[in-house]
Design a protein. Structure first.
Length: 276
């Protein structure tokens, strides 16, 4: 009996260092996982990520680190290679089956970290222009100007050009203006530029310009270009405003807005006499 007790004591003393080391590894990984998870959640919160997304990603990071620490601790007692191989096969199978979902998931994480746009930004994504409503892990939601809500897969969003109108310092507005042939072109130019400068948010640089475009059937067509500060002025509203003011200014200065004129001619009826 004493001999068996001594053997147990020897085994316990031999395994005690591994137990202590394993406990230390697990404890360090646990607290590291908790700390890094909170750190990631704070970073995502400062970047205005969705609360649910921030919580999910922080939990994934936390438990990934804890799991790695647990597996490393187990390695002190037995070989976990076969166990890891099995997990790898299962993970590969699941990843292959959920390939598209995983692509969108990873792309969603990249969008949240890089932040090429944020919620409420006006953007153009995959040919869809509107305002960002939500950036999820699988899709990004865009509210179009016509009120429709579009769900775009994050992998497709990340693989195509992203235009963020809200990040630009200025937006160029272009619009056509037609004047009749008998109008004074230079006077019309001056009137147009005066009205453009009255638009709130119109930038002095680059300067507004009026270009000759083409001769039309019943008008001389001009092209107007000016820049607005899109952080304070909606470019669609600016275009509408300047068109209304140009029309009013033309009317006050006796310049008619031309419209197509079609001349109808009655065909002459020719009667042929029969000759005998």
């Amino acid at each position: 009996m004493p001999h068996q007790l001594l053997s147990l004591v020897d085994v316990a003393m031999a395994t005690l260092p591994n137990v202590l080391i394993s406990l230390a590894i697990f404890a360090v990984s646990y607290y590291a996982g908790v700390w890094l998870g909170r750190l990631l959640k704070g970073v995502l919160t400062r970047k205005n990520a969705e609360p649910g997304v921030s919580h999910l990603l922080s939990q994934i990071l936390k438990w990934t680190i804890i799991s790695l620490g647990f597996i490393t601790a187990l390695q002190r007692f037995f070989d976990v290679t076969a166990f890891l191989t099995g997990l790898g096969i299962i993970g590969f199978t699941i990843g292959f089956a959920l390939q598209n979902i995983m692509q969108n998931f990873v792309s969603g994480i990249i969008l949240l970290i890089q932040q090429p746009f944020k919620v409420s930004d006006e953007v153009s994504l995959m040919g869809n222009e509107g305002f960002v409503q939500k950036i999820g892990l699988r899709t990004t939601e865009i509210r179009l100007r016509n009120g429709l809500l579009v769900f775009l897969p994050n992998a497709d969003v990340l693989s195509q050009p992203i235009i963020n109108f809200s990040r630009a310092n200025g937006f160029r507005v272009e619009l056509p203006v037609s004047i009749p042939y008998e109008a004074d072109t230079e006077k019309a130019r001056s009137i147009i530029l005066d009205q453009v400068r009255t638009v709130p948010g119109c930038l002095e640089t680059p300067v507004a310009q009026v270009f000759f475009h083409t001769f039309n059937a019943s008008s001389v067509d001009l092209r107007v270009q000016f820049w607005v500060d899109n952080r304070t002025t909606d470019h669609h509203a600016a275009k509408d405003m300047v068109l209304v003011r140009i029309k009013q200014a033309f009317e006050e200065n006796g310049i008619d807005v031309p419209y197509p004129v079609q001349v109808m001619k009655n065909p002459t009826k020719v009667t042929k006499r029969k000759t005998k």
